[in-house]
Design a protein around this ligand. Structure first.
Ligand SMILES: *Cc1c(COP(=O)(O)O)cnc(C)c1O
Length: 389
């Protein structure tokens, strides 16, 4: 039996409908969407349809979608692209728990002389809207706060932030890579939105930056990629039509899932999993359970190191630990440190993400595997401690 896949924050399988939609564009319907002959026009029309589907998922217009290679590139384009329109370094507001695509972009700008405010979340994982607004300055070029955290699964108050930034004339960007299909993004009044197809049952290697084109203030953006001037000059490079079509299909499915109550189904399964794990005792959930992606859990078991847990449970469950292996040594995640966990607590963190194909049987099987391994590891620890005495 294959392990139960509980790592949907890392990537999701392509939905069968997505594969069916994109394969013809790798086979007989090849063509460069920029070409003016029949093959090209056919590809361009398919890309336009996909552009509408992606726009619809965030309640926007097709001409606001800039296709990129993923959310990493969209994040870079948003932060570095806005900054590049300023002749002198200014000020940026973000959080201490952003994805590395944002954190690294901010670090880069800081070295160039930009001032960065990194808002600290509470133990619940959320920042406070008023703190963000108090940090605004006349030279604040952009506020960037993610919709949903990739490790904790916790949601930021982005609707209020977007509205408040609009009222104050500040540009607002949100990385919504984890949110697509789990949270309704329509009506979110952000100036810039980063998306990734492969976090929402689309193919890897495609995403978008949605750039507002109507209303005030105008969103000025400098491209990071220079070349043929595709995507209104904001992202040069031949459109990967098959990936774009796949992303469109995934976006359509994301909306359908929201309408059909997929988030509630996931939340019920997730809550069942948590209840089963809590029966082990000594279980701590990281971040709020109230404002959270429906499929998501981040927790630790007293007396258990996540790395050991992961290597023992590999055959039964695929999941992630809250640490990164940086140059051969295990480092606790900066996100978990930012919400106040000690190094030891952070090294105990396990991230679980259920998905569209997860069943009640999967949850039962995963919970049984966790019970078995956690009990074993705790017993081994007690033995080790006894041997030391
Ligand atoms: C996965 C992820 C990214 C990076 O997306 P890619 O498409 O893999 O480049 C950025 N931000 C968040 C929050 C993510 O979860």
């Amino acid at each position: 039996m294959r392990p139960v896949y509980l790592d949907h924050h890392a990537t999701t399988p392509c939905a069968p409908e997505v594969v069916d939609a994109l394969v013809p564009w790798l086979r007989e319907r090849f063509g460069n969407a920029a070409s003016t002959h029949a093959h090209g026009s056919l590809a361009a029309a398919a890309a336009d349809r996909a552009r509408e589907q992606v726009a619809a998922a965030v309640g926007r217009e097709a001409d606001e979608v800039v296709f990129t290679s993923g959310a990493t590139e969209a994040d870079n384009l948003a932060v570095l692209g806005v900054a590049a329109t300023h002749r002198v370094p200014g000020h940026l507001i973000s959080t201490a728990v952003e994805h590395s695509a944002i954190r690294a972009s901010l670090d880069h700008l800081e070295r160039e002389g930009w001032r960065i405010t990194r808002l600290q979340p509470g133990p619940d994982g959320r920042i406070v809207v008023d703190e963000a607004l108090r940090a605004l300055r006349p030279d604040t070029a952009l506020v960037s706060v993610m919709t949903a955290n990739h490790e904790l699964g916790t949601l930021q108050p982005v609707r209020e932030l977007a509205r408040a930034c609009r009222e104050r004339g500040a540009l607002f960007h949100t990385d919504a890579a984890q949110a697509l299909g789990k949270v309704d993004l329509r009506g979110l009044d952000a100036d810039l939105v980063s998306l990734s197809a492969h976090k929402a049952y689309g193919p890897q290697g495609i995403g978008a930056l949605v750039v507002r084109r109507r209303g005030r203030p105008r969103v000025a953006l400098q491209p990071r990629m220079l070349g043929g001037g595709q995507e209104r000059g904001l992202r040069s490079g031949t459109l990967p039509v098959a990936l774009v079509v796949g992303f469109g299909a995934a976006a359509r499915l994301a909306l359908r899932g929201l309408d059909e109550g997929e988030p509630a189904r996931l939340a019920a399964l997730r809550d069942d999993l948590l209840a089963r794990l809590r029966a082990l005792g000594g279980v701590h959930v990281h971040g709020t359970l109230t404002h959270r992606l429906p499929h998501s859990l981040n927790l630790r078991f007293d007396g258990v190191v996540a790395g050991e847990l992961l290597s023992r449970i590999r055959g039964e469950v695929s999941c992630s630990v809250g640490s990164a292996c940086a140059s051969g040594r295990v480092a606790p995640s900066p996100v978990l440190k930012a919400i106040g966990l000690t190094d030891e607590e952070a090294l105990g963190a396990v991230r679980l993400g259920l998905g569209r194909e997860t069943t009640a049987q999967d949850v039962e099987r995963a919970a049984a595997a966790f019970s078995h391994v956690v009990t074993e590891l705790r017993a081994a620890r007690v033995d080790r401690v006894a041997a030391l005495r």
